[in-house]
Write a protein that binds this ligand. Structure first.
Ligand code: GDP
Ligand code: MN
Length: 387
C-alpha cells in the first residue's frame, strides 16, 4: 500500500527525520489556514498529493511566492488528474495539495531503503546524483549509485557507513546527521513493515544541513493487519478501482492491458493460463486467482469484476478442482451470468473434483458458455473468439 507524501512526512516526523513544515489544502478556502502553518516569508513549494513521483516534471510541484500563485496552482490542479511517467495515461485524481515551507538547495542526493529480495535483507541505496533524473543516472552512470546491505536484517557496519559518507562527500557534521537519518529510516522501516522508503531528493541546504524534501513510502500489504494506524491512511481514490474491489473480496487481482479476462484458482495455474493465452497470441486482461477455497459467491464476484473492465472481449475460466468442487464453481458462473448482462463469450475448462457434474450444469443451463477439456484447446478457443 502506498502513502501520500504528506502522510510519509508525518511518519518521518515521528522518527525525527528532518522534513519541511507544511499545510494541507483540500479546497480553495483552506489556503489561509495552510499558509499560517508555515513560515511563508520566502514563499513555499506547492505539491500535488498523489501516489506518484515525477510530479515535478509535469508542473505538479511548483514554487509559489504569493498567495495568488498558490490559488492559481490550486485552481489548476484540485479536482483534476495528474499524469506522470509513473502513472498510466488515465492518471491519478488530485484531491489534496500540500504547501511546504521552502528549503534552499545546495545539492540533491538520493536515498532509499528497500526489501532486497536478491540478497534477502534490507538494503540502503544512496547516490550523490539524486533528484528528478535518478532513473537516468541508474542507466547511464550506475557506478554513482551505492548499495549497502543491513547485516542480520538491521545493522549497518560502522566502517561501511563511514565509507559511504566519504563517497557522498559529507563533512563531519553532515556525516553525523546522515547517521541519524539512517537510524531513523531503519527504525521506521522495520517498525512499520515498509517495503520501500525513498527520499528523493535528500538535499544539502545552503546552511549545509541534510533535509528530506520528498518522502515516499510503500507498506507491505501482508503486514497491514498489525498496522492499524497505517491502514487508516489508505486512500482508495489512488488505487485501481478493480484491484481495490478485489482486495475487499479477498481475490488476488491485477489489471493488465489485454482483452481476455482470466479467472483461475491458484497463482501458479493463473500464471500458466496467462502464458498459454500468450502462446496463442492472445493478451490477458488481468491476473486473477480466486484462491484454493473458491466459493460460489467469490466466483460470482470475480466474474463481475472481470466484466467491469470495458476492454474485456472474452473470458477464460480455468479451474482445477482439488479441494474446490467444480460443480460449485459452475453454479457460481451460472448465478453471476443470470444476474448481470454478459455480452462476451466465455470458455470454461473444469478439471478434477466433480468436474463432470460441473460441465453437466453448464451444458444444461442454456447459457452461451463453451466447455473445453484441455487448457491448450480452451486458450486457443478464447483467442479465436475475441479476434
Ligand atoms: P517528484 O517530482 O514527484 O519526485 O517531487 P519532489 O518532491 O521530488 O519535487 C521535485 C523537485 O522540486 C525536487 O527535485 C526539487 O528540485 C524541487 N523542490 C521540491 N521542494 C523544494 C523546496 O523546498 N525548495 C526548492 N528550492 N526546490 C524544491
Ligand atoms: Mn521526488
Amino acid at each position: 500500500m502506498n502513502l501520500h507524501e504528506y502522510q510519509s512526512k508525518e511518519l518521518f516526523e515521528l522518527y525525527n527525520l528532518p522534513v519541511s513544515k507544511r499545510g494541507l489544502i483540500t479546497k480553495l478556502s483552506d489556503i489561509d489556514e495552510a499558509i499560517e502553518k508555515i513560515d511563508f516569508s520566502n514563499g513555499c513549494v506547492a505539491k500535488v498529493q498523489a501516489h506518484t513521483g515525477g510530479r515535478g516534471k509535469v508542473g505538479g510541484v511548483q514554487l509559489c511566492k504569493t498567495k495568488e500563485e498558490i490559488e492559481k496552482f490550486v485552481n489548476n490542479w484540485l479536482g483534476k488528474k495528474i499524469v506522470t511517467n509513473q502513472t498510466d495515461d488515465q492518471g491519478l485524481p488530485v484531491n489534496i495539495i500540500s504547501i511546504d515551507e521552502l528549503a534552499s538547495i545546495e545539492a540533491e542526493l538520493y536515498m532509499s531503503l528497500i526489501v532486497d529480495r536478491a540478497d534477502k535483507c534490507v538494503s540502503m541505496i544512496v547516490s550523490r546524483a539524486g533528484g528528478m533524473n535518478i532513473e537516468e543516472v541508474a542507466e547511464t552512470n550506475p557506478e554513482k549509485i551505492l548499495k549497502v546491505k543491513f547485516q542480520n536484517g538491521h545493522k549497518i557496519d560502522k566502517d561501511q557507513l563511514l565509507k559511504v559518507c566519504s563517497k557522498l562527500e559529507f563533512n563531519s557534521e553532515q556525516s553525523k546527521q546522515f547517521h541519524e537519518i539512517v537510524e531513523g529510516c531503519k527504525k521506521l522501516f522495520l517498525e512499520k513493515d515498509l517495503s520501500l522508503l525513498e527520499i528523493n531528493p535528500l538535499v544539502i541546504t545552503s546552511e549545509g544541513d541534510l533535509h528530506c524534501l520528498d518522502a515516499k513510502i510503500n507498506v507491505d500489504e501482508n503486514a497491514l493487519y498489525r498496522q492499524e494506524d497505517i491502514l487508516s491512511m489508505r486512500d482508495s481514490s489512488q488505487e485501481d478501482e478493480r484491484e481495490y474491489q478485489a482486495k475487499k473480496h479477498d481475490l488476488s487481482y491485477v489489471s493488465l492491458d489485454g482483452n481476455i479476462g482470466c479467472m483461475v484458482n491458484g497463482a501458479g495455474l493463473a500464471m500458466g493460463t496467462m502464458d498459454t493465452i500468450k502462446l496463442y497470441n492472445g493478451e490477458p486482461a488481468n491476473f486473477l486467482d480466486v484462491g484454493g477455497t473458491a466459493t460460489k459467491e467469490r466466483v460470482g464476484e470475480a466474474l463481475k469484476l472481470i466484466l467491469s473492465d470495458q476492454n474485456v472481449k472474452g473470458i477464460l475460466v480455468n479451474i482445477f478442482g482439488g479441494i474446490v468442487r467444480c460443480d460449485l464453481i459452475a453454479q457460481g458462473i451460472i448465478g453471476a451470468i443470470n444476474e448481470i448482462e454478459v455480452n462476451v463469450p466465455i470458455v470454461v475448462r473444469l478439471q478434477g473434483n466433480m468436474s463432470n457434474e460441473g460441465k453437466e450444469l453448464l451444458n444444461s443451463s442454456g447459457l452461451n458458455v463453451i466447455g473445453e477439456d484441455s487448457l491448450m484447446e480452451a486458450s486457443q478457443k478464447i483467442v479465436e473468439l475475441v479476434k
